[in-house]
Write a protein that binds this ligand. Structure first.
Ligand SMILES: [Zn+2]
Length: 102
């Protein structure tokens, strides 16, 4: 399994990416699944499986913390990672629906 893809969270990037954590999903095997086992193009397999979120109670802030950890592991500066996620994750479908108040 190839693990060389880096997080691409910029909105202008037209690839398919998870609407929960922002992870790019260039390969079919990264896609999450609905209850029938059908692949969904909206969420990755780490967030969504068998028609349910794996972490249904996670908050946007917790997701940012979680993803920051992954990006730091990949060698990104923590402040940069957190800043990028704080800007991009609220735009994703899963978090838009929450009606995030300012
Ligand atoms: Zn995801």
């Amino acid at each position: 399994m190839k693990m060389e893809h880096t997080m691409e969270l910029t909105v202008e990037h037209s690839g398919r990416f998870c609407q929960s954590c922002g992870m790019p999903m260039p390969e079919e095997e990264l896609l999450g699944t609905e209850r029938e086992g059908v692949k969904t193009e909206e969420y990755c397999k780490y967030c969504y499986e068998d028609g349910e979120f794996k972490q249904p109670d996670i908050t946007l802030q917790s997701m940012i913390d979680l993803c920051t950890g992954y990006l730091v592991e990949q060698g990104m500066n923590e402040a940069d990672a957190r800043g990028m996620l704080a800007q991009s994750l609220p735009l994703l479908k899963r978090w838009k629906q929450e009606g995030v108040s300012k």
